[in-house]
Design a protein around this ligand. Structure first.
Ligand SMILES: Cc1ncc(COP(=O)(O)OP(=O)(O)O)c(N)n1
Ligand code: TZP
Ligand code: MG
Length: 716
């Protein structure tokens, strides 16, 4: 088996002192010890069996447990239900062949070796008999008085280079040997006194782990579903792992057909292939952490649990994907039952409030009650719980890390980030946590770091402009910004891009019966006059909104431009009344004093709300469609795109259509586009997103405005 040997604790009851072996092991495993060897030369076999039972409870699957010398005690302890993963045997101890036969193919079997003859003997064994070698001593040590001559680091390097099996360095190993031994080819460090005699075994183990992993990206496996739109599932996990400094791998539990608007379908491949994926990774690669996300059904969960039972990754973060944002349950009752078994394999569980309610078996009434429910869950399953308050109402989005077994609780406050780009947030956060924990960060530090990264990624999500629904977060936003990658678009890109963004609206305008009939001259007089009357009403308030843009402009050039445009708008309104909305045109008094139609009111309400929100950039984005869409329509009408008759002087509305192609208005539109696009290009992504939204909303109002005359609105 491909065991994680990176930090290997060998126990010594004398060195553990009053703290005792079990407590020392518990603390050292908390700090990152990956394999524990019970070594007690003086104890009887019966005492060894008792100790193995106690240790297997204390370790609780978080590290491997093996026993030194005593194969029969290992077998007896297993019979008593203890989880004993294997043995370490010396050249003079029980036969490794017998150990393999008695303990089975998944057992971890280590063998002491320190001479060329030992290596030859290992090569003569059937493959798969021994998993790794304990090689030493590196330096003379009092802990094993009968030790062989010291190899030193160079002797170890030569031995490891010649060995067909991974070699663990043992004997006189201290924390300052970490880098040299790793570089000399050690698969791990086996230590006795450095941890057993430490004042704080947890802290000391964490130091070892940090130094062992320094410079290397932790290897993180995501077991989750695929989201082809890239915002959630394994795609999000891989981005999150990379953004947080890990090497990401992915085993796919299910394929979803989804995008930012929703899930269209789920396909769950056969679980024997899931198992094949899991084994292909773990047979070859030492895993520093596993993040588990979507598990489609009970059989999938059972397959993952069986694999975890064998592999025991050092860090397991479980994002219990059970309840959709809509509130729908994603797992059937059988699968929920299996998931409860899986909770016990996790080091950290990251439920949202709805999932916490399912897991805790009750719906928390408020945030303090959610913390109480998380406390119960944490105590029940022996794992840390990160409760996420993102779904709470209000301006705050707190999280809390609850570690009931160790009596610790930490709350993380934070103002809510208002964004639609929340797709995949849970996946991304849990993967970030798995990566940071695998790097050796303690849990509160990992949560604080992952949250800071997530908040930055949330803030920049809209700038990605992916999808029409709940878009993704921007996993690499921080990296791009700090790496000096300027992701801001140019004004030309903004212009092209915004125009593309409203292409559906533009097509819909072109296809409106009103526009078609206006172009081919078949438009009846009544809807035409209705349109003009609404236009006059619109222009009156549009002028006020443009005047507000002039007031807010920071350069005199822009101030003058918007003031001129406000003036042009008022002139346009007056001309409408003078030329069209007159009794000579057959317009009655009722039309002259027309009231705004719903489409007019809605459009003006939108403009006013943006105008008096005080944000200049958003305001000029909102007023732009009126310039741009009219100019574009006029140019194309004039070019004959809607039929040659639109250019014919005999057209019933010829003088009106001529105003659409006015050169001065076209020039004003050019400048308006330039001001808006330049402001958008320079804006922070969040503001640019708001500008685009204001522009899109105004464009949609333009469509409704053009549609209204033929939608049965009477001329009032
Ligand atoms: C990993 C590891 N390597 C070597 C030993 C030594 O075992 P011990 O029983 O003390 O001595 P020998 O049997 O090898 O002579 C170990 N415990 N762990
Ligand atoms: C069990 C064993 N086998 C070889 S050296 C040794 C003891 C190592 O102890 P320490 O890490 O305190 O030097
Ligand atoms: Mg021995």
């Amino acid at each position: 088996m491909n065991a994680d040997l990176s930090l290997y604790l060998v126990t010594d009851p004398a060195l553990c002192g009053a703290r005792g072996v079990v407590e020392t092991v518990r603390q050292a495993v908390d700090g990152g010890v990956r394999i524990v060897q019970l070594r007690d030369k003086a104890a009887t076999d019966a005492e060894i069996v008792d100790q193995l039972v106690d240790l297997s409870h204390a370790i609780d699957g978080r590290a491997l447990l093996v026993v030194n010398d005593r194969l029969d005690a290992a077998i007896a302890a297993r019979e008593r239900g203890a989880r004993v993963d294997g043995v370490h045997l010396g050249q003079g101890d029980a036969s490794v062949l017998r150990a393999r036969e008695a303990l089975g193919p998944d057992a971890v079997i280590g063998l002491t070796a320190n001479s060329p003859a030992h290596l030859e003997a290992v090569l003569a064994l059937p493959p798969g008999t021994v998993d790794h070698l304990g090689v030493g001593v590196i330096r003379p040590t009092l802990t094993k008085p009968d030790h062989p001559p010291a190899l030193g680091i160079e002797g170890f390097r030569a031995f490891a280079a010649a060995s067909p099996l991974p070699c663990v360095a043992i004997g006189g190993v201290g924390i300052d040997d970490t880098e040299a031994l790793r570089e000399a080819g050690a698969a791990g460090l086996a230590v006795v006194s450095a941890l057993c005699a430490a004042d704080d075994p947890r802290r000391e183990a964490a130091q070892f782990r940090r130094r062992w992993h320094a410079g290397a990206a932790p290897r993180i496996l995501s077991i989750a579903g695929s989201d082809p739109s890239g915002g959630a599932g394994i795609q999000a996990d891989l981005k999150s792992i990379a953004a947080n400094g890990g090497y990401g791998m992915a085993v796919i539990t299910a394929l979803t057909a989804q995008n930012t608007e929703g899930v269209r379908g789920v396909h769950v491949p056969p679980t024997d292939f899931l198992q094949a994926q899991l084994e292909a990774v773990s047979d070859d690669i030492t895993l520093d952490a596993v993040k588990i996300g979507m598990l489609a059904d009970a059989e999938v969960i059972r397959t993952v649990v069986a694999w975890l039972d064998v592999v025991r990754p050092p860090v397991v973060v479980l994002d219990p994907v059970m309840v959709a944002t809509s509130g729908d349950r994603l797992l059937d009752p059988e699968a929920e039952g299996e998931l409860r078994r899986l909770l016990r394999h996790a080091d950290l569980i990251t439920p949202n409030l709805a999932e916490l309610a399912v897991l805790a078996g009750r719906v928390p009434t408020d945030w303090p009650d959610a913390l109480a429910a998380a406390e119960e869950l944490s105590a029940d399953v022996g794992a840390m719980v990160l409760v996420k308050g993102g779904h709470l109402p209000g301006d705050e989005a707190p999280d809390a890390l609850i570690d009931a077994p160790r009596g610790r609780r930490q709350e993380f406050a934070g103002a809510r980030i208002t964004t639609r780009n929340t797709h995949g947030t849970g996946c991304s956060l849990s993967s970030a946590l798995a990566t940071r924990l695998a790097k050796g960060e303690d849990a509160p530090t990992a949560v604080a770091g992952a949250r800071a990264w997530l908040r930055e990624s949330l803030r920049e999500g809209e700038a990605l402009r992916v999808g029409r629904g709940q878009g993704p977060i921007s996993h690499f936003a921080g990296l791009w910004a700090r790496g000096g990658l300027d992701t801001r678009p140019t004004a030309a890109v903004v212009e092209a891009d915004w125009w593309r963004q409203i292409s559906a609206t533009r097509t819909a305008i072109d296809e409106l019966p009103f526009i078609r009939a206006l172009a081919d001259g078949t438009l009846a007089r009544e809807p035409f006059l209705f349109y003009l009357a609404q236009d006059a009403l619109y222009l009156r308030d549009y002028a006020r909104v443009l005047a507000e843009a002039a007031r807010l402009a920071s350069t005199s050039e822009e101030q003058a431009f918007w003031a001129n445009s406000a003036h042009g708008s008022i002139v346009g309104e007056l001309e409408l009344h003078a030329a069209w909305l007159t009794p000579s045109q057959g317009v009655g008094a009722a039309t002259f004093s027309a009231r705004p139609a719903p489409a007019t009111t809605a459009y003006l309400d939108h403009l006013r709300s943006v105008a008096f929100g005080g944000d200049y950039e958003e305001l000029i984005a909102a007023v732009l469609p009126c310039f741009w869409l009219y100019t574009d329509l006029g140019r194309r009408l004039h070019a004959g795109e809607f039929g040659a008759y639109a250019r014919d002087p005999r057209h019933p509305y010829a003088s009106w259509l001529a105003t659409y192609a006015d050169a001065a208005f076209e020039e004003a539109t050019r400048r308006a586009i330039e001001f808006v696009a330049t402001a958008a290009a320079a804006a922070e992504p969040e503001k640019r997103g708001r500008m685009l939204r204001a522009f899109e909303v105004s464009s949609a109002h333009e469509l409704a405005f053009f549609a209204a005359p033929l939608e049965g609105h009477p001329v009032v």
